[in-house]
Write a protein that binds this ligand. Structure first.
Ligand code: ZN
Length: 337
């Protein structure tokens, strides 16, 4: 390994007057700083190489406000490049050194990110869904319901009504034996109002408010059938993977660890405001209408609860079941066709 050594000015972070030091990268990769009254060994992980300021100087930030300033000499360049090369995250800085590279990389990064999100991520998510073991999907659903229970209350329906709703659910669930581990969870929705949605792994949530809105239990079965359509196609998991992929890619590109935190918090948002695509809603509707036909329930039951739900939701959060596109009227029309 070549010897990397260069003179620099050392700022101790307490006084403004720098002292002249000699800086060397030792074989273990640490920075040795030597001068009159200065003897420091700084591990690579504890320093940050700053950007080169024009042609003049480089700076290296050390802990506790201390810093090194290097004149832009070839030995300093070689030393700092060595520091940067050995720390993978600093590759970004190598590009930033030239503003032209900076602009190009920002533009191409944005373009690549955009392309990946628009074209790549849904494809990625569709494929990734197949790789997620059902057990993991089930656990994601459990997390979802735990999270949800911080915002909603237990159902206040009486036992008799609950049993009827369970029956309406079982009617759909038992005719779809391929869907393992289906489970109904009833909650008093409060702020989320009349609502129903499916969590990953086959947990279907319905709020008391939606139960109260129904004028016939077949309407509840129609809603359950729609949600089981999402379950059958693992839509919740797919949306979760899509949004996680965006967060992951952003994290990789920006090296921003705080994105990892937002990754965790995106889970509940995705679970509740599933934001399914138009295609996904259509698939779930088709699933529901097919099931209604097979069960001898008129499609009108589906159309009726859709319309009543739209009237009831008003300014409240848009229920999953009523996601904005395709329009409710188009879905009602399809159901009545
Ligand atoms: Zn839906």
């Amino acid at each position: 390994m070549a010897e990397f050594s260069a003179p620099a000015e050392f700022f101790d972070g307490r006084t403004s007057r720098p002292s002249a030091v000699q800086v060397r990268v030792n074989p273990r990769g640490a920075l040795e700083i030597r001068g009159v009254g200065v003897e420091l060994d700084v591990p690579r992980a504890e320093l940050r190489v700053g950007e080169r300021v024009g042609q003049a100087t480089w700076t290296v930030e050390l802990a506790a406000g201390a810093a090194l300033a290097f004149a832009a000499t070839s030995e300093a360049d070689a030393l700092l490049r060595e520091l940067e090369n050995s720390a993978p995250k600093r590759i970004v800085h190598a590009l930033e050194r030239s503003w032209r590279w900076g602009v190009i990389s920002v533009v191409s990064t944005a373009a690549a990110l955009w392309a990946l999100i628009v074209f790549g991520v849904p494809q990625f998510a569709v494929r990734a869904v197949a790789l997620v073991p059902p057990e993991l999907e089930r656990r994601l659903g459990e997390h979802g319901i735990d999270w949800l229970d911080r915002f909603v209350d237990p159902s206040t329906l009486d036992a008799e009504r609950r049993a009827e709703v369970e029956t309406a659910f079982a009617r759909v669930a038992t005719t779809n034996p391929k869907l393992a581990a289906l489970r109904l969870e009833l909650r008093r929705g409060g702020a989320i109002g009349p609502n129903a949605f499916a969590l990953p792994g086959g947990i279907v949530v319905m709020t008391d408010e939606l139960v109260e809105l129904a004028e016939h239990d077949d309407e509840l079965s129609a809603v359950f059938a729609h949600e089981l359509g999402h379950v059958a196609r693992r839509h919740a998991l797919q949306r979760l993977l899509e949004s996680s992929a965006v967060a992951l890619i952003t994290m990789v590109i920006t090296s921003d660890a705080s994105t990892a935190t937002s990754l965790g918090t995106s889970l509940p948002t995705v679970l509740l405001e599933a934001g399914y695509s138009r295609g996904m809603e259509r698939e779930a509707d088709e699933f529901a209408l097919q099931w209604l036909s097979s069960a001898g329930i008129p499609h009108e039951r589906f159309a009726a609860i859709l319309e009543r739900l739209e009237r009831a939701s008003g300014s409240a959060a848009i229920p999953e079941f009523l996601s904005t596109h395709p329009t409710t009227s188009a879905r009602v029309e399809d159901a009545r066709r």
